[in-house]
Design a protein around this ligand. Structure first.
Ligand SMILES: [Zn+2]
Length: 214
């Protein structure tokens, strides 16, 4: 299929997108939001979190930056960087979702089978095992999944499920969105944190006003 200019970007645009995803925590947070977004009609909040330009094209650029964090192929650099097709983006999302779901539920998840070339190198007299461009031979979706697997390996903050009361939900229903947690970060958004604290203080007040039998 002929590629339209929309389907490729230049190396500068890719570098800009990469600059938004500098540390592993930001990259994993991006992947977690991406896995849960409604790609056909993303919410404003998802667009804000997923795309520098706040549109679906921007999400595709960021997905490319996420995937080829360590560099694209030399041929791509000459010809322009190809973005994921809509189908590839959707398949990537499904695989991310399945992996994260399994990981959150069982603290272990299958990432898949990959052909990678390993190389041992020496830095300051110490040997290190590195992956030698192997992942670059993979199709785009596999490359993205491989990148997610590496991140889950290297990242230490826990993945969590947001337990804030669900917006307009029944008693006991929770938000359920996934997030990259921290000791002080247990809700997926400020909105959820506010809802949780308001609900909590209301409950406290109600308990205070209950008649006591003492
Ligand atoms: Zn939430």
């Amino acid at each position: 299929m002929e590629q339209t200019p929309e389907d490729t970007i230049d190396i500068d645009s890719l570098m800009c997108a990469r600059a938004q995803l500098t540390d592993p925590r930001t990259r994993l947070s991006w992947a977690v939001v991406f896995a849960q977004a409604w790609l056909e009609r993303p919410s404003k909040e998802d667009l804000r979190r997923l795309s520098a330009t706040r549109d679906v094209h921007g999400i595709r650029v960021m997905l490319k930056a996420f995937t080829d964090w360590a560099g694209g192929t030399a041929a791509e650099r000459r010809k322009g960087i190809s973005l994921f097709t809509d189908d590839e983006m959707r398949t990537t999302q499904q695989r991310f979702r399945r992996i994260l779901e399994e990981y959150l539920e069982h603290q272990t998840a299958s990432i898949g089978r990959f052909y990678v070339e390993l190389r041992v190198i020496t830095i300051n007299g110490r040997p290190y095992l590195i992956q030698d461009n192997g992942a670059l031979d993979l199709p785009p979706v596999d490359r993205a999944v491989f990148a997610l697997g590496l991140l889950l390996h290297e990242h230490t903050d826990p993945l969590r499920v947001c337990r804030a009361p669900k917006y307009r939900g029944n008693e006991g229903e929770t938000c359920g969105r996934w997030l990259v947690g921290r000791p002080d970060r247990i809700y997926c958004s400020d909105t959820c944190r506010n809802r949780a604290t308001t609900r909590h203080s209301r409950q406290k007040k109600r308990l205070k006003h209950l008649p006591t039998t003492a």
